[in-house]
Ligand binder design. Structure first.
Ligand SMILES: NC(=O)c1ccc[n+]([C@@H]2O[C@H](COP(=O)([O-])OP(=O)(O)OC[C@H]3O[C@@H](n4cnc5c(N)ncnc54)[C@H](OP(=O)(O)O)[C@@H]3O)[C@@H](O)[C@H]2O)c1
Length: 174
């Protein structure tokens, strides 16, 4: 089984974007291990809101060399050159994907999709880059009120900028 890793940046108060979706507050002074992480994956998963935001950015689609999947409830949204649209059961789809051969699967987010996969027990690891900022309001890392899930901290990296990176692994049931 290959792993699903939620690799995401958040604020101290646990938001991944401002209320309007803006991510202007994310540090861009360094890559914080992003390229090392990218070398471990071959697949990305994202909610349609995150996907639409990526499409709105200037420049080419950033994950052209990866297998990319975007989730929507819409039945008429078409695949594009680099992204397959999935409108069927997310949980079943991700289970099938994990059973296939390949590298690690990057759960990009956002908060709605993160919660669905967390509740389904399908997030194996998390790498959270916590930025030293309180946004006060915004889009949460996990939408709604997910039930308790236990993780084990395997590593914690600190950076001179104040960013703290937590490496967490899902605690297996005893
Ligand atoms: N800081 C970071 O590292 C980071 C990372 C990723 C994203 N983000 C931010 O997160 C924000 C978006 O997060 P979000 O929570 O609002 O949205 P999201 O999780 O990216 O996408 C939500 C969308 O997913 C689809 N969806 C939800 N439940 C579904 C289901 N059961 N079956 C099929 N499709 C389903 C729906 O698409 P339809 O409406 O099309 O049906 C829904 O609108 C963006 O602003 C982005 O910047 C930040």
């Amino acid at each position: 089984m290959r792993k699903v890793v939620l690799y995401s940046a958040c604020s101290i108060d646990n938001y991944i974007a401002r209320k309007d979706g803006a991510i202007d507050w994310l540090f861009s002074d360094s890559h914080y291990g992003y390229f090392e992480f990218l070398a471990t994956i071959d697949t990305t998963l994202m909610g349609n809101k995150t996907y639409q935001q990526i499409l709105s950015f200037d420049g080419e689609f950033p994950y052209k060399d990866l297998n990319n999947f975007a989730f929507t409830r819409k039945k008429d949204q078409k695949d594009t050159d680099y992204v397959k649209i999935i409108s069927k059961d997310i949980e079943g789809f991700v289970k099938e994907l994990k059973a296939q051969k390949g590298k690690t699967i990057w759960l990009i987010g956002g908060g709605e999709i993160n919660s669905i996969l967390l509740e389904a027990g399908l997030i194996d690891e998390m790498v959270l880059s916590i930025h030293p900022i309180i946004l006060g309001e915004g889009i949460p890392l996990f939408a709604g009120n997910p039930s308790q899930s236990d993780f084990i901290l395997s590593e914690c990296k600190t950076f001179p900028s104040g960013l703290v990176q937590l490496f967490l692994q899902k605690k297996l049931k005893e």
